[in-house]
Design a protein around this ligand. Structure first.
Ligand SMILES: [Zn+2]
Length: 479
């Protein structure tokens, strides 16, 4: 999730100044439910530039206490017409367009649905939300990349613009604390027959009815977001891979497909085959709309279809297919460090280059400067970055950790560690301690001091600050 988290967290990071002064109205514990699954049915009227949607959401209470209200967010110009329970009975609700309490430029429709009786601990309920209206983006808030709209040229429906009901509370702080959800989905998106719908899930069905076509997609992996691009796409398919592209960019689409195949082949050789079939899609979006990724797809700005040098995002995202489900509540997200390091390793391997050492020392020098400027890097060990909202650092600090591990144990042992971890935990999920234990078992080099420095303490800051060459990052752990 390269661009995804970067865009999300960058958008949030930019807000931190505004947040610190104005969050007194946020209740100390808004009891947000967790979405377990979504069924979406959206009809897109391109001529009228509006959508008409239904979201049936299975919600779970993961709190120890009963919860009496479901809190959801929708785009400010989408209004709710009805809410029903699982039997189709109307349910009481309130909606009001409000501003985020700690981001006053961001307006949403805040939907509150009374749960009667309250939803007990560990219980689930289903709400069916009928809504309709317009989506015009959020560029005016300063989040310039959210240019999402409903339009014949290009339509984008995604979480960033609340184009479907998102479980949440109008507060950046609360949304951050809640972390990312994980759900399955089935989505039926109906569009004019001139257009098609691009999504990273499995295409279950395509129903043509006169002037419209309905695309039915089902999630292929647990997801934290749903993205739907709607345009007169061309689609290039090979095996499980799809590239959705605009007509003018078919040459770039072929190049991206080739790069995806090469990258999958490389990782399969190193880490072993993926379990089951793993569909993966690249979806072209207009320039400036913010490239990002979910579990099985990338929204990729048009520029990357025209510039062959932008392939490292693919190396990054495709490596995430070998990640196992993260069972930590507030994960330090070291997978992002691994994916960032694999951008360099894949580049060197595919293009017979040797850039990873120079990249590592360049990263180390940059981090060394950051360490001087940011005291939290001295006090919070990388294993706690999730709990302390510092996962932006997991990309850079984590990539140096994985670079050092790679140089310390060598290519074969490194590949075995990543591959064995995937094979052992792909079915169950795992946490950071599981990874450390498996790495120690797999490697013949004693990794205790290594992980103590790079994960469980802030001693990595001293290693980075004193390193004169890339070798200084890992040589101290060699037997
Ligand atoms: Zn990533």
């Amino acid at each position: 999730m390269q661009a995804a988290m970067r865009t999300f967290t960058t958008a949030l990071a930019g807000l931190s100044l505004a947040i610190s002064t104005a969050d007194t109205q946020v209740p100390s514990d808004p009891r947000l439910l967790r979405p377990a699954s979504y069924e979406l049915a959206i009809t897109v009227d391109l001529a009228e530039q509006q959508i008409d949607g239904m979201a049936r959401i299975r919600l779970r209470n993961e709190h120890p206490e009963p919860v009496g209200e479901a809190s959801l967010l929708l785009y400010r110009l989408l209004s709710v017409r009805a809410v029903r329970d699982s039997t189709g009975r109307p349910v009481q609700f309130q909606q009001s367009v409000v501003t985020f309490e700690d981001f006053t430029k961001l307006q949403v429709n805040h939907l509150r649905v009374a749960l009667v009786p309250a939803l007990g601990a560990g219980q689930e309920t289903v709400l069916e939300i009928h809504y309709a209206g317009h989506v015009l983006g959020y560029a005016e808030t300063g989040m310039a990349y959210i240019r999402d709209r409903v339009d014949t040229a290009y339509t984008l429906l995604r979480e960033d613009s609340y184009a479907y009901p998102v479980v949440g509370y109008p507060s950046i702080r609360v949304r951050r604390r809640a972390g990312l959800p994980e759900y399955s989905y089935v989505a039926r998106i109906t569009v004019p027959a001139t257009h098609s719908v691009a999504n990273g899930g499995r295409l279950v069905e395509r129903i043509e009815e006169g002037a419209t076509t309905t695309f039915v997609y089902a999630s292929a992996k647990p997801s934290w977001r749903m993205d739907f691009g709607i345009a007169p796409f061309g689609a290039l398919r090979r095996g499980n891979l799809t590239v959705f592209h605009m007509a003018a960019d078919s040459a770039g689409a072929g190049r991206i497909m080739d790069a995806m195949e090469r990258t999958l082949g490389l990782y399969t050789r190193w880490f072993g085959p993926l379990r089951g079939d793993s569909p993966f899609a690249v979806i072209e979006i207009p320039d400036g709309w913010g490239s990002q990724a979910d579990a099985t797809s990338i929204l990729q700005a048009a520029a990357a279809f025209r510039d062959p040098k932008r392939e490292d995002e693919l190396y990054h995202e495709i490596s995430h297919l070998w990640n196992v489900r993260d069972t930590e509540g507030q994960s330090p997200r070291w997978n992002e460090g691994l994916a960032t390091f694999l951008e360099d390793l894949a580049t060197d391997s595919l293009y017979a280059r040797a850039t990873m050492d120079s990249t590592a020392i360049r990263y180390a020098r940059w981090l060394s400067g950051r360490v001087q400027a940011d005291s939290s890097l001295h006090t919070v060990p990388p294993a706690d970055y999730g709990a302390r909202n510092m996962t932006d650092w997991s990309y850079s600090v984590g990539s140096l950790m994985f670079y050092s591990l790679y140089r310390l144990v060598g290519h074969d042992a490194f590949s075995r560690i990543i591959g064995n971890f995937y094979r052992q935990y792909a079915g169950t999920g795992a946490n950071t301690a599981d990874f450390v234990r498996l790495a120690k078992q797999t490697s013949r080099t004693d990794l205790t001091a290594f992980f103590d420095d790079w994960l469980y303490s802030t001693r990595w800051t001293e290693v980075v600050s004193s390193a004169e060459t890339s070798r200084d990052l890992y040589a101290r752990y060699q037997p």
